[in-house]
Ligand binder design. Structure first.
Ligand SMILES: [Zn+2]
Length: 152
């Protein structure tokens, strides 16, 4: 009996390792537009993204802590962005874009948090930690400036 269980376990591990990355399958359908938009904004700033090289997948999950998103890196170099389902379902397009771009900032641009703010306490980076240290002011008027800073 033990042997059978072992066999099943090893099969699961093998199939996980052998799975090729497919952008359209590994990124949640409702997040693909934000990924595409990230690539376009990056390209306009001189960064060409090959999703087959980056191998970033997404999962809509329930995140227990206060976090609404996170970037997980695995030993084989593949990465998964977890997005809290409740946040996602209750957010505007701009809020969703902000979160996906922030997590891609971690996962793809390898940026860490930056809570730099102006005199009025407004966050100057999309990579702020989201802990209310500074105020996020991401809207259609400030979007370009934030993206310039993100891809610097
Ligand atoms: Zn973050």
């Amino acid at each position: 009996m033990k042997w059978v269980i072992l066999l099943i376990l090893s099969t699961v591990m093998l199939s996980q390792c052998g799975d090729a990355y497919v952008f359209e399958e590994d990124v949640e359908e409702e997040m693909i537009d934000y990924f595409t938009s990230f690539a376009i904004e990056g390209e306009e700033r001189g960064l060409v993204i090959d999703w087959d090289v980056e191998r970033i997948a997404t999962q809509l999950v329930h995140i227990e802590e206060d976090a609404i998103g996170r970037c997980l890196t695995y030993e084989d170099g593949s990465k998964v962005i977890n997005i809290d389902k409740e946040f996602w379902d209750n957010s505007s397009n701009l809020e969703k874009e902000f979160l996906i771009f922030h997590e891609l900032g971690h996962c793809l641009l390898e940026r860490s948090h930056n809570n730099v703010m102006n005199q009025r306490g407004v966050c100057q980076s999309m990579m702020n930690s989201g802990e209310n240290i500074c105020t996020i002011n991401y809207n259609l008027n400030t979007r370009k400036r934030y993206l310039d800073e993100l891809f610097l």
